[in-house]
Ligand binder design. Structure first.
Ligand code: FES
Length: 107
């Protein structure tokens, strides 16, 4: 279980508990966090679950692999060094306290 904070583009924060084994996108969708669309349901083929990982957490979450990086190129909002697809970040106890910022738009 990890407590994950999703911060919307307007600054609204949502702190939710996400079970180990889920991915960060599932944590947002299951808790009604707005700002993540997840059109492909987590198959790494839509880029509508784009998030910016707080710089303090980039090392823990790791970086996008080649397939994810390629899909991120299709994201609707600015791509940054800390951009990830939230469906590709697996939740573990290590991620307790994770902070993510949501982009202005996903589509
Ligand atoms: Fe489609 Fe993450 S939900 S790429």
């Amino acid at each position: 279980m990890a407590k994950v904070t999703y911060i919307e583009y307007d600054g609204t924060a949502h702190e939710v508990d996400v079970p180990t084994g889920w991915n960060v996108m599932e944590g947002a969708i299951s808790n009604g966090v707005p700002g993540i669309e997840a059109e492909c349901g987590g198959a790494c083929s839509c880029a509508t679950c784009h998030v910016y990982v707080d710089p303090a957490w980039v090392e823990v979450t790791g970086s996008a692999d080649g397939i994810e990086q390629g899909m991120l190129e299709c994201a609707a909002s600015d791509l940054r060094e800390n951009s990830r697809l939230s469906c590709q970040i697996q939740v573990s106890d290590e991620l307790d306290g994770l902070v993510l910022r949501l982009p202005e738009m996903q589509l």
